[in-house]
Design a protein around this ligand. Structure first.
Ligand SMILES: Cc1cc2nc3c(=O)[nH]c(=O)nc-3n(C[C@H](O)[C@H](O)[C@H](O)COP(=O)(O)OP(=O)(O)OC[C@H]3O[C@@H](n4cnc5c(N)ncnc54)[C@H](O)[C@@H]3O)c2cc1C
Length: 379
């Protein structure tokens, strides 16, 4: 959703926040070309979101892929398509298995959805790769706790687990990883799984720049705010979303969970609160939204959902999830594009174009030659 389309009446600055000086009511922002600016504010709303939370596991940062941003998701899709291409050129089945094994670490809804959707995509496209098709893929979901998706009711989580096991996905609960290498991952207990794709979906933490804003933080590193989302000790600063510990109206003493359904509603409420503070009417009110439900999409037109106490599974849950996400897409034009896009993908087979090279053209004079042939190969 392009910001400039959505925010037609806003003075939009695209840049990276580097820090803040709340006493001077100033925000330090680097514009896209690297120039540093100081922006003065009357009221500041911080909504910097979160990043993947990593652990000090050897090789994790070097070899695993995150699944937090759109660019990571697109890179993962391109990567698995490239790995299929490489696997087709590998003669040894044991080595080929490294390219055809995919490990997701963290079975919250984001990890489970990511694995299920990617596996669904790959099982459709693998028919185009004869050697890979004959050998088959291996999918593993690793979770440190005793069950998948603690965010949803146990029976819905069990349904999702059965669905995934039915597709041949291995689910390892009560399991952690000890090491990640370029072509293998070591599980707790020493089992070494040959795999070149390890996706890390084991939780999020506030964006690191949050700690440079001079604002009070909770133990979890989120910005400390009251129920109106005003930052403790700062009358003119507000914080929302994953970066803030907004008290959860549904669970006393707990911060709101890091979900879009909370962040979006906090955004609306805080906008009204700031307007009230500036004298534009209304009163500063607390955030009162209580979670209505959760959707977990699993590809193959299947999902699990829980909405206002009603549990859904299979196709009805998938249809509800799609409808809900469509309703949340901002703007009629975007909604229509999405409906057309989804309808087209129902009618046709998967698009298997590998798009990783887009946006990275070679330099004008750069035509890299392959390495020179040695004498024996040239004969
Ligand atoms: C795979 C996945 C699936 C999910 N599925 C769901 C779901 O189904 N339902 C649900 O409710 N939630 C879901 N979530 C959670 C949801 O995405 C987040 O809770 C929500 O996006 C948080 O909103 P936010 O505004 O706090 O942060 P974000 O949406 O992360 O927005 C923060 C913005 O700040 C920008 N930013 C960061 N640093 C800087 C900086 N230094 N300067 C300037 N800008 C900066 C970022 O680029 C970003 O645009 C999912 C998350 C993941 C990772």
């Amino acid at each position: 959703m392009p910001l400039r389309e959505q925010l037609a009446t806003t003075d939009l600055w695209l840049g990276r926040v580097a820090g803040a000086a709340p006493k001077r009511r100033a925000l330090i922002v680097d514009s896209l070309d690297g120039r540093r600016h100081e922006l003065r504010y009357d009221q500041l709303i911080v909504a910097l979101g979160s990043v993947s939370r990593t652990l000090p596991i050897p090789g994790l940062v070097e070899h695993a892929i995150g699944f937090k941003t759109l660019s990571e998701a697109i890179a993962l899709r391109n990567r698995v398509l490239s790995l299929l291409e490489i696997a087709e050129t590998v003669r040894d089945a044991e080595t080929r298995a490294e390219y055809l094994t995919f490990v997701f670490v963290g079975a919250g809804y984001a990890g489970l959805e990511g694995l299920a959707e990617l596996q669904d995509f790959m099982s459709d496209v693998i028919d185009l790769y004869p050697r890979c098709r004959v050998q088959g893929m291996r999918w593993i979901l690793v979770e440190a706790r005793e069950r998948v998706m603690p965010e949803v009711a146990p029976d819905l989580a069990a349904f999702a687990e059965r669905e995934l096991r039915g597709r041949g996905i291995e689910i390892r609960t009560n399991t952690t990883i000890e090491r990640v290498g370029e072509s293998s991952v070591t599980l707790k207990g020493g089992e070494v799984v040959p795999a070149r794709t390890v996706v890390w979906t084991a939780g999020v933490k506030p964006h690191p720049v949050v700690a440079r804003l001079g604002l009070p933080l909770t133990d979890g590193g989120r910005i400390e705010v009251d129920r109106t989302m005003r930052v403790a000790g700062h009358d003119d600063v507000w914080a929302i979303g994953d970066a803030a510990a907004v008290p959860d109206p549904a669970r006393k003493g707990q911060p709101s969970p890091p979900t879009a359904q909370h962040a979006i509603r906090q955004g609306r409420r805080v906008a009204r609160n700031v307007a009230a503070e500036l004298g534009a009417g209304g009163r500063v009110r607390p955030f009162t939204y209580k979670t209505l439900g959760v959707f977990v999409d699993m590809g193959r037109q299947k999902a699990v959902a829980s909405t206002a106490g009603i549990k859904w599974r299979g196709f009805p849950a998938w249809f509800l999830a799609r409808t809900y996400h469509l309703a949340n897409m901002p703007g009629t034009k975007r909604k229509l594009r999405l409906v057309v896009d989804w309808t087209v993908s129902l009618l046709f087979s998967r698009d298997t174009s590998e798009l990783g090279q887009l946006g990275h053209p070679p330099l004008l004079a750069e035509h890299p030659a392959p390495p020179a042939l040695d004498d024996s190969a040239a004969q």
